[in-house]
Ligand binder design. Structure first.
Ligand code: MD3
Ligand code: FE
Length: 215
């Protein structure tokens, strides 16, 4: 019985990191090319750019957004904005294939009515890192965040509710989806510097989609 349960777990590829944090291994594999094709359309009107933090540092992660709101940072601070500051236009619409994947993943993790209105798209080149931070600018902290990893694998740093807690390391591979909710929502997290590797669908890049409910 015990063996059977374990076999089933690895088949569904579901790992609970802690209450509220679930990794769905390979959940986005079948849809990956479709997601990347939709991304190709988004970046025609909203290209990847390196934003500047309030402290004046240019982020090594290149970012863009789709959906009703996009995450932006500049010298005045972080915020969600309905307008792309580079174009003065609304962000591109969230593609149906993005929304469906995010909702399916959330439902699979037990969040039945997830309606994301923002999708932050991060692009990591080799050497790019994301230092330990919390995401707490979203109005409704009860809504989960869904994150989709595509392309080159990385090591995700998964910390505690205080910056001092030494993070554990979780590999994230092409097609993996994470759902963060409840007590895990305010944990510190980050990404180690990305190694120089090649993925047939993204070249030397890793792409991360994070779906949020911000309004
Ligand atoms: C845990 N992105 O965009 S995704 C971010 O891989 C961000 O690009 C990383 O952290 C990336 O803010 C990690 C996983 C993730 C995203 C949001 C979270 C984990 C989270 C919010 C709360 C807790
Ligand atoms: Fe984050």
């Amino acid at each position: 019985m015990h063996l059977f349960d374990e076999a089933e777990l690895s088949q569904t590829g579901r790992e609970e990191l802690c209450p509220g944090a679930i990794v769905l291994r390979g959940f986005a594999l079948a849809g990956a090319t479709t997601l990347l094709e939709a991304l190709g359309h988004i970046i025609i009107t909203a290209p990847f750019r390196h934003m500047v933090t309030p402290g004046g540092f240019r982020m090594s992660v290149a970012m863009t957004n789709c959906g009703s709101y996009g995450w932006v940072t500049d010298h005045t601070g972080y915020r969600y904005d309905a307008t792309d500051p580079e174009s003065g236009q609304p962000w591109p619409k969230m593609p149906g294939v993005f929304l469906k994947l995010a909702q399916d993943a959330a439902a699979s993790a037990g969040f039945e009515d997830f309606t994301p209105d923002a999708c932050l798209i991060n692009r990591y080149a080799s050497g790019t890192r994301l230092s330990l931070h919390q995401d707490k600018n979203e109005r409704d902290l009860n809504a989960p965040i869904v994150s989709v990893s595509l392309g080159v694998p990385v090591i995700f740093l998964w910390g505690g509710l205080r910056r001092e807690v030494r993070p554990s390391r979780v590999p994230l591979l092409h097609g993996d989806v994470m759902v963060w909710g409840g007590p895990a929502r305010l944990r510190y997290h980050g990404i180690l510097p990305v190694k120089q590797e090649y993925h047939p669908l993204t070249g030397s890049h890793r792409i991360n989609l994070t779906f949020r409910k911000v309004a």
